[in-house]
Design a protein around this ligand. Structure first.
Ligand SMILES: [Zn+2]
Length: 384
């Protein structure tokens, strides 16, 4: 295989439609083959059904920590978005490369792969690991089995750089989303006889009122000015309920989320909400009909991230980025999960988050060039 430039590699990666609900295996196979051509073996951490896999590879010496370059292979759907060009064919215009995932985050993956021939040529004293995951866009779920293998079947990196789009600045903190699903089950009755039924929508409304109260309280807590907004945010995201205009509604379901600041006690909030449901709603409902219920489930949780102050990761990332300042962001990444898995992480990657998930998503060519130069300094560091 002749050496491929980052833009060519990006075009190849974007051409695989790896929307989260689809397989990423063709892309993984391409990366495996590419690495093999450069003499690099890799291993998969597959899902049980084999439809998706993470990929882990090491360049340089085995048995020492080194640095991991981490990214996710999945992208968000293009459904319902109005694109000017085919989202899975990279189009270049005015120094920008357009296509789904160019910014979030196949641009970073392409830069990492473009560096492989050079990394192989260098005399690395410390290993550089490649860690590509799946299902990041649906709650950072795909990376978790791979992280569980670190220090076991796979080497535990000393530090991890997560290449999410940060405009190539160093991000050392992010909020942690947590999502709930609430299912209220009432009792049906003719709508002319509401006292014989239990109105699920009415009780869902009470629960929503409590959430609005909690939201206001969260906003009033001491702000953390590193974040925008500077508080743990809360919002209801989805709702569905009722059957017909003349039936007391039995089903009402809604989803809500918080995006918590590092250090926020989500367990206390969860308990408060459950207590409200159990004490303020359920007894009334069950007095009319004992079979009524409120089911509350946590559907996803990504921990908030604050870089490990005892680790070298932030100073190292700043040195390699040739910068002095770090930033905090409100979107979640896999960094907190790596850190909990024993590998301190920081986030730095090409592209701006404002272009992520949007129609006509793009990355500036100049951002990819910056990323390649950055990865060159990572290689210098690993060469010792
Ligand atoms: Zn991403």
């Amino acid at each position: 295989m002749p050496p491929l430039a980052d833009a060519e590699l990006l075009a190849r990666l974007v051409a695989f439609d790896t929307t989260s609900h689809k397989t990423n295996i063709p892309l993984i196979r391409f990366v495996e083959e590419y690495l093999r051509q450069h003499g690099v073996e890799s291993s998969r951490v597959p899902t049980a059904d084999g439809e998706k896999a993470s990929l882990f590879a090491t360049i340089g010496p085995a048995g020492v920590g080194g640095i991991a370059l981490s990214g996710h292979t999945d992208v968000v759907p293009v459904t319902g978005q109005n694109w000017d060009t085919d989202p899975f064919t990279v189009a270049e215009r005015d120094g920008r490369l357009y296509g789904r995932g160019t910014c979030d985050m196949k641009g970073f993956l392409a830069c990492v792969l473009a560096m492989v021939p050079e990394l192989v040529r260098r005399k690395l004293q410390l290993p550089i690991h490649i860690a590509f995951s799946y299902d990041e866009e649906v709650g950072c779920t795909g990376v978790r089995p791979m992280i569980a293998e670190l220090g076991n079947r796979l080497p535990l990196p000393r530090v991890v750089l997560v290449g999410e789009p940060t405009d190539m600045t160093v991000v050392d903190a992010h909020k942690g989303p947590m999502r709930w699903s609430v299912e209220v089950t009432g009792k049906a009755a003719h709508s002319s006889m509401p006292h014989l039924g239990v109105n699920a929508i009415t009780y869902a409304g009470r629960l929503l009122g409590e959430l609005a109260l909690i939201e206001a309280e969260l906003k009033a807590l001491a702000p953390n000015p590193r974040f925008d907004p500077p508080y743990t945010s809360l919002q209801v995201t989805e709702i569905e309920g009722g059957t017909a205009s003349n039936i007391v509604p039995v089903p009402c379901w809604f989803g809500w989320e918080i995006r918590r600041l590092p250090g926020f006690d989500a367990a206390a909030l969860d308990q408060r909400f459950r207590r409200f449901a159990a004490n303020e709603c359920l007894p009334e409902m069950q007095r009319v009909a004992p079979e009524t219920a409120i089911k509350i489930d946590i559907t996803n949780e990504v921990p908030a991230f604050a870089a490990d102050a005892k680790s070298e990761i932030v100073s190292l990332a700043l040195k390699l980025a040739q910068q002095n300042d770090t930033f905090a962001v409100c979107y979640a990444t896999e960094a907190s999960l790596f850190q909990l898995g024993g590998a301190p992480a920081a986030v730095i990657g090409p592209g701006n988050i404002a272009q992520a998930h949007t129609p006509n998503e793009f990355v500036h060519v100049e951002q990819l060039e910056k990323c390649l130069a950055f990865l060159g300094r990572v290689a210098d560091w690993a060469e010792g």
